[in-house]
Design a protein around this ligand. Structure first.
Ligand SMILES: [Cu+2]
Length: 126
């Protein structure tokens, strides 16, 4: 029992990092004047896309929350990337998961760049 708790905690810390970035992303307020956007040719942009990785996985949806903007998925092992576990994913476009319900088995693609992994493609499995 205790071991399970520790495992759960370790998993959460290791794989399902902070939600701050997504809170920012979700607040798609039209007035983004607070952020001073410098020149778009900044090398920082390139660095960001370089560190992002796209992964494909298979799993079972455990729950869908936040008006379908988050899904908790029990995913299978992703070779070379992550062991099998249950974790949360952000959903880039809620229309992707409009027909997905808890218990559904899915193939999915997600983008990971250090924050909460973001699902960019979902295919329900029969
Ligand atoms: Cu994981």
């Amino acid at each position: 029992m205790r071991l399970l708790l520790m495992l759960l905690l370790a998993t959460t810390l290791a794989a399902c990092g902070g939600t701050e970035r997504d809170a920012d992303t979700d607040a798609s307020a039209p007035s983004s004047t607070e952020q001073s956007a410098p020149d778009t040719t900044s090398p920082a942009d390139t660095a960001t896309s370089d560190s992002a990785s796209v992964q494909e996985a298979t799993g079972t949806v455990e729950s869908i929350t936040g008006d379908r903007s988050y899904m908790r998925i029990n995913h299978e092992r992703i070779p070379g990337y992550m062991e099998a576990m249950t974790m949360s994913f952000a959903v880039s476009d809620t229309s992707l998961v409009q027909d997905i319900e808890s218990g559904q088995r899915i193939d999915f693609t997600f983008e990971a760049d250090g924050g909460v992994p973001e699902i960019i493609e979902v295919t329900p499995k029969p």
